[in-house]
Design a protein around this ligand. Structure first.
Ligand SMILES: [Zn+2]
Ligand SMILES: [Zn+2]
Length: 277
């Protein structure tokens, strides 16, 4: 059997036993970079598994799969998923983020440690002027900012040092939409000096060990199972039985019910927030 196919079967059976999904991210890159046609056939299956249905479908069409009943049926299924969902349920790596050189270019945000991975910051090809400090920046904020005036482009520095919040009299996180703890310095840092994230509804920030948690990223039930933390996040007085059932069965990354994953900076516990569109 083809080596790529063999590796796929091995990873898939490991995944079915332990929800160990991380190896697929590297395997996908390996397959994408390979010029071997066999690798591309396996890549169709990997895209499907990663819920990148549009990519899987386009690749199948471009490969001209052998014309038999099995592939015809498979193509029809993938086409249907591609039309319904596209790539919007794409699985994201959450547990072990790649070492990202971009993080060296921005201040450390303890409550939002990887704002590139979560999409709250993005890099620009051409510098823009920060509306707050007036300096050129190649990194721009894309997340919520609650203020009367729309500030336009904000650079990471002006968020970290609190200048943006002060100048525009705004907040990156609504101070009432947080777990209740007694930590005024933490709250100040969270709402005025931390890039926010984008929820379907009012973003909510979890807390634990009398401090606000780090926002890790967007998650669905699959990601939580893969990380082996489903039980941990459900063991939380925030969720009643109906909510628990919904989180387990109806929460998908990019769908109408979205999960937001947090981690306690002190004890390491994972906490979840979820909302619907
Ligand atoms: Zn600035
Ligand atoms: Zn804790």
């Amino acid at each position: 059997m083809d080596l790529y196919r063999e590796k796929y079967i091995k990873l898939k059976s490991a995944y079915e036993n332990s929800y160990e999904f991380d190896p697929f991210f590297d395997f996908r890159t390996e397959l994408e970079n390979s010029s071997d046609k066999e690798a591309k056939y396996v890549l169709v299956d990997v895209y499907t598994l990663m819920q990148q249905y549009r990519k899987a479908y386009n690749l199948m069409v471009s490969l001209g799969m052998p014309d038999n009943q099995k592939t015809r049926k498979n193509l029809a299924v993938i086409k249907d998923l591609a039309q319904k969902y596209g790539d919007s349920f794409e699985k994201k790596r959450l547990s072990r983020p790649r070492l990202d050189g971009r993080l060296k270019k921005i201040p450390i945000f303890k409550y939002h440690p990887d704002p590139f991975m979560t999409g709250s910051f993005y890099e620009l090809d051409k510098a823009e002027t920060c509306s707050c400090c007036g300096k050129p920046t190649f990194i721009r904020y894309k997340g919520p900012f609650y203020s009367l005036e729309e500030p336009g482009c904000l650079c990471p520095d002006c968020i970290a040092n609190g200048m943006a919040a002060e100048k525009f009299d705004g907040e990156f996180q609504d101070e009432c939409s947080v777990d209740e703890i007694d930590n005024p310095e933490g709250l100040e840092e969270l709402i005025h000096k931390t890039p926010g994230y984008c929820g379907w509804q009012q973003e909510y920030w979890r807390a634990h060990c009398n401090d606000y948690c780090a926002f890790i990223g967007y998650a669905g039930s699959q990601e939580l199972k893969e990380m082996g933390i489903m039980e941990e996040v459900l063991d939380d007085s925030l969720w009643n039985e109906t909510a628990k059932d919904n989180i387990c069965n109806n929460m998908f990354n990019g769908s109408g019910m979205q999960g937001y994953l947090f981690r306690c900076l002190h004890c390491g516990r994972y906490l979840l927030w979820a909302d619907c569109d």
